[in-house]
Design a protein. Structure first.
Length: 135
């Protein structure tokens, strides 16, 4: 018996929502990226990669910025929005953002609200999937 791809994707989505341990982002992130200018680098553990808009960041993540780079970050436990500018490295912690090397500017630019949890997001995504109609 063959199942349509949409059904398989929906089942996988439900399993991911039912088991939040499957995704690292399900509960360990302390915030998300709200602005990316330039090519800042994210280091988590031993891996390094580019930073993406709306990407969640876990405690212990290190962001390395070049002179012309800027990053906006919503730190959810503190409900504070930060803007990072200039060359240097910063570490994301549960308490906030701390400069590591260099002299990047860490500006507090306002308040931010928390994002939807994984079950709310999964529900929204599943409701957005509409079955195709046959003519």
């Amino acid at each position: 018996m063959k199942f349509p791809l949409a059904i398989i994707a929906a089942v996988i989505g439900l399993l991911t929502v039912a088991n939040p341990g499957v995704s690292r982002a399900a509960g360990s992130d302390v915030g998300f990226v709200s602005l990316v200018r330039g090519k800042p680098v994210l280091q988590e553990g031993t891996s390094q990669r580019g930073l993406k808009l709306m990407q969640g960041l876990a405690p212990g993540s290190v962001l390395t910025l070049d002179v012309a780079d800027a990053v906006g970050f919503c730190h959810e436990p503190a409900a504070t929005s930060y803007r990072l500018e200039g060359a240097g490295s910063v570490r994301i912690d549960r308490e906030g953002i701390k400069a590591e090397t260099g002299a990047p500017k860490i500006l507090t630019v306002g308040r931010c609200s928390t994002t939807a949890n994984s079950s709310e997001t999964g529900g929204v995504l599943l409701r957005a999937v509409k079955p195709s109609r046959t003519p």
